[in-house]
Design a protein around this ligand. Structure first.
Ligand code: BGC
Length: 618
């Protein structure tokens, strides 16, 4: 009986093989009128192992020897944060990426590269690009349509530079705001993250040509336990890349819904988290990557590793490659020593440690995305899109997002909106006049940087533009206005003081911060300006709630402005009543450090609950 079944099966396979239309094997994969699946099949059937492993290799652009793109059939390059060409101009980006692309198109099969970048709040490695509010601010807007439009605008700016793959959005659901990536996530609220993440993906991917999104970092990156990280870059990480310690039901309940929403929104790629789950690195978790993500969620795009992350699997490099690819990784962000990666991956396949079927699945997924993006038809930058980089239209969209992201936390005696004809306004604080600070991390540089790093409107600029011509606006970064005296030599008192306080830029684990108490200089700024102004408005520029309970009574108007990006004019729009305050807190605002992590049970009432935000009509 068994033999009969076996014979029948063999005959069936043979019949199917014969029945396969020859077009699947010999179809011209270059023909755009054929379905993507046939093009992928046709191309895959022509590829050697070397070409397949090349497709799975992603190299950081400063580490690649250009000739190797052709010689080793490299499938992908990336600019890590701060990986800009010189001069850092959109035109130079386009020239650089086009140059790499030409090398890829010279290969035997002419498979185009897919170039990736972290355009996490606009195409922000590019000088002059529009910088939108970081996701925490977008979480405050509660506006999926706005987020979708931001995704689309970001895609257009990317297309101008020949980059069709964005490592965004972060769809983490942070459980502890001490995490340095809190601001990259929309909210602590699972549903809000799911809705806004999906909206962003739709926006990015609905452009023509299309740009691929990356939901990241799968899974549990916002749920690590303090002190479990082993990384040390500039300073020890505490939460980032640490261990998420919880049972499967909790992991799924907290972190899976945004990925389900992302897959339903057709995200073309997903990046794996540096973190571990109960002590095992995510990059080696076959159950979660293959069974859950690709099986249960039916994710059809490709899975990419994080930066040099497979190296963190505790084994030698050869076995790290075997484990991670067998776990379900499709593309490896190597990103430096690609020669060793290619040699070892090839050796592993030849030795049967990685099955050929797994390699074919990975390459099929990568090629499907490349075909779906239309890279074979338009591999290069679109010069016509260059005018959109940092355009007025995009900046006005960003300004709208800034207005809607502001959360009014206190408004005593109707301090806000400020009348436009207040005779004397004092503006204090370094962050009041610093594009770099208001943009935060992931802007031009990985960690971001204070200063005039890219064109934009500071909050001070915005205030000056908003007030009537005869209003006197005085700025001092220390909030010290003693030198301003009246005819009798008495210090002037401002009708309104606007103190801008907050955090210096940071990114990833460098921003893991044990104490979120407002800095001493900022506390001093509040005191100084409170004494010199009739009404005190405080604006917080930060990537997360900061502890300021003891200062609250000194403040008349308090506004959380998050990391608004280049369009500081949006802050002034609401301050002076041209637009209403409508933002709602995307994170619970703790009363004291003892309440953090806030989401733990039994820590008492917060200073402001999730969803809080006063409405003030204009
Ligand atoms: C980050 C990712 C990012 C990658 C490439 C990593 O350090 O964790 O979010 O996409 O670098 O820049």
């Amino acid at each position: 009986m068994k033999q009969c079944i076996l014979l029948a099966a063999i005959l069936l396979v043979a019949a199917c093989t014969r029945a396969t239309p020859p077009t699947t094997v010999s179809a011209d994969y270059r023909n755009p009128s054929l379905p993507v699946e046939s093009r992928v099949g046709a191309l895959l059937s022509r590829m050697t192992l070397t070409e397949k492993i090349g497709q799975m290799t992603q190299v950081e652009k400063n580490s690649i020897r250009s000739e190797d793109i052709t010689e080793l059939f490299i499938g992908s390059l990336l600019s890590g944060a701060g990986g800009y060409p010189l001069p850092n101009k959109a035109e130079a980006w386009a020239e650089m990426v086009n140059g790499f692309q030409e090398r890829a198109l010279k290969t035997r099969l002419g498979i185009p590269l897919i170039y990736g970048v972290d355009a996490v709040h606009g195409h922000t490695n590019v000088y002059g690009a529009t910088v939108f509010p970081h996701n925490i601010g977008l979480g405050a807007t509660r506006d999926p349509d706005l987020v979708e439009r931001i995704g689309r605008a970001t895609a257009v700016e990317m297309i101008a530079t020949g980059i069709f793959w964005n490592f965004a959005p972060v769809v983490a659901v942070p459980q502890d705001i001490r995490w340095g990536r809190t601001y990259e996530a929309y909210s602590e609220n699972i549903e809000l993250v799911s809705t806004l993440g999906a909206a962003y993906i739709r926006g990015l991917q609905n452009t023509s040509p299309q740009v691929a999104a990356t939901a990241k970092h799968f899974i549990g990156d916002g749920g690590t336990t303090w002190g479990t990280s082993k990384q040390n870059i500039f300073r020890p990480f505490m939460l980032d890349q640490g261990d998420t310690q919880m049972d499967e039901a909790t992991l799924r309940a907290l972190f899976l819904p945004p990925y389900k929403a992302a897959v339903d929104a057709d995200t073309l790629s997903i990046m794996v988290s540096f973190s571990s789950w109960n002590g095992t690195k995510m990059h080696s978790q076959k159950y979660l990557l293959t069974d859950v993500l690709k099986g249960e969620l039916r994710f059809k795009g490709f899975v990419v590793s994080d930066w040099q992350a497979i190296d963190q699997i505790p084994d030698d490099y050869h076995n790290d490659i075997v484990t991670s690819i067998n776990a379900g990784l499709d593309m490896i962000m190597v990103p430096y020593d690609y020669h060793t990666f290619i040699t070892e991956a090839t050796r592993a396949v030849e030795a049967g440690e990685i099955p050929m079927g797994r390699i074919d699945d990975a390459v099929r997924r990568i090629l499907t995305v490349k075909f779906r993006l239309g890279l074979f038809e338009h591999p290069f930058a679109d010069p016509e899109a260059l005018a959109a980089v940092g355009s007025d239209d995009h900046r006005s969209l960003a300004r709208d997002a800034v207005r809607k992201s502001l959360v009014l936390l206190k408004n005593e005696n109707q301090a806000l909106p400020i009348a436009k004809n207040m005779p004397l306004i004092f503006v204090g604080g370094r962050a009041a006049h610093d594009v770099g600070i208001q943009c935060g991390g992931w802007t031009i540089e990985w960690q971001g940087k204070a200063g005039n790093i890219t064109p934009g409107t500071t909050i001070l600029d915005g205030i000056k533009q908003a007030v009537s011509a005869d209003v006197r606006v005085e700025f001092n970064r220390f909030g010290n206005f003693d030198r301003l005296t009246d005819a009798q030599g008495q210090p002037l008192i401002g009708d309104v003081g606007i103190a801008v306080v907050g955090e210096e830029p940071y990114a990833e684990g460098v921003g893991d911060q044990q104490d979120l108490t407002l800095a001493e200089e900022d506390a001093a700024l509040i005191d100084r300006m409170g004494a010199q102004s009739k009404t005190l408005i405080v604006i917080i520029i930060s990537g997360r709630p900061l502890i300021l309970t003891e200062h609250l009574s000194k403040i008349d108007g308090l506004v959380a402005a998050w990391l608004p990006g280049t369009e500081g004019g949006g802050v002034a729009d609401a301050l002076f009543g041209a637009y209403p305050f409508t933002g709602k807190l995307p994170y619970t605002w703790p009363r004291s450090m003892s309440q953090i992590p806030m989401l733990t049970e039994g820590v008492g009432a917060p200073l402001f609950p999730f969803g809080y935000g006063l409405d003030v009509e204009r």
